[in-house]
Design a protein around this ligand. Sequence first.
Ligand SMILES: NC(=O)c1ccc[n+]([C@@H]2O[C@H](COP(=O)([O-])OP(=O)(O)OC[C@H]3O[C@@H](n4cnc5c(N)ncnc54)[C@H](OP(=O)(O)O)[C@@H]3O)[C@@H](O)[C@H]2O)c1
Length: 301
Amino acid sequence: MPKDVKRLGRLTVPGLNIQLTIRFRPIDETLSAKLEGETMDLGLQGKVAIVTGSSDGIGYATALALAREGTHTVICGRREPLLAEARDRIARETGSELLAVPCDVQRLADVQRLVRETMERFGAIHILVNNAGSVPTMQFTETDDAQWHEMLEGKLLSYIRVTREVVPHMRKTGWGRVINIAGGGGRQPTATGMAVGVNNAAVINWTKSLSLQYAADGILVTAVAPGKIDTPRQIRNRVREAEIRAMTLDILQEEGVRDIPLKRVGRPEEVASLVVFLASECSSYMTGACVAVDGGATRGI
Ligand SMILES: NC(=O)c1ccc[n+]([C@@H]2O[C@H](COP(=O)([O-])OP(=O)(O)OC[C@H]3O[C@@H](n4cnc5c(N)ncnc54)[C@H](OP(=O)(O)O)[C@@H]3O)[C@@H](O)[C@H]2O)c1
């Protein structure tokens, strides 16, 4: 029995010839105090967070929201001017200490540099938000094996690569949060979003697996599945889908929100708010879960 697990007592179940031994692992006192406190202190002040793909869209909104909560935030992206602009804007708005590392998450050397520079600057990594991923829409019969490999590289394999480099640092501190930005298509496939759906389904499955593997190290792993969120990617995808389906953008847009119970697309900040909670000390009993932020669009339960 692990050292911190206490034996509470034995319970005899009437009518059954069995005895249960009740054991529990007490939560630490700081956490107890936090949970019983009157206000919700997220406990993010001074934590170090890497957000991949954070010069734009959901990643940018997440980096900004984390910086507002006092994290030392590390942002990355491939286009350096956009990245520098994002760093300056977040720093101006939050006054927080920020590091911007040009990085393509599809390249191992870049990812290793991202982690090395983060450790050199801040000495720890507590939070990783895997967000950078780009998977094009495609026509099934026109896509060969090499393109399928590229599509998995576009999201799943990049998430795995970054996480593999970061997790050893989290294990050393015994505290970590990994949040994987998946997508609604991982659970509710669509005809046109096949490749992204396959990636997101794999990300959700892998999230669960990772959460089981690292629970004992204090690393909680969760996924967030955004629905339609207004970002530059969403606009690009809409234009491409309109082309494939030979429709006007207006009609596609109308059709796009028809099935969303809240009748609108979401904002990047609405995804960021959930990520901030999942990254925080307040999220202390959630791991392996995938939470949708989709205006109610996913019909499954
Ligand atoms: N928007 C939606 O409706 C929606 C819905 C479901 C799921 N998602 C998921 O949410 C995540 C973010 O999507 P988004 O819509 O916010 O995307 P976005 O608007 O295209 O922004 C993507 C950000 O990631 C960076 N990036 C892209 N590829 C990268 C790479 N290989 N290495 C490093 N940085 C990279 C981009 O900068 P550079 O191009 O300069 O690198 C940019 O900063 C994705 O995983 C996506 O699948 C989005």
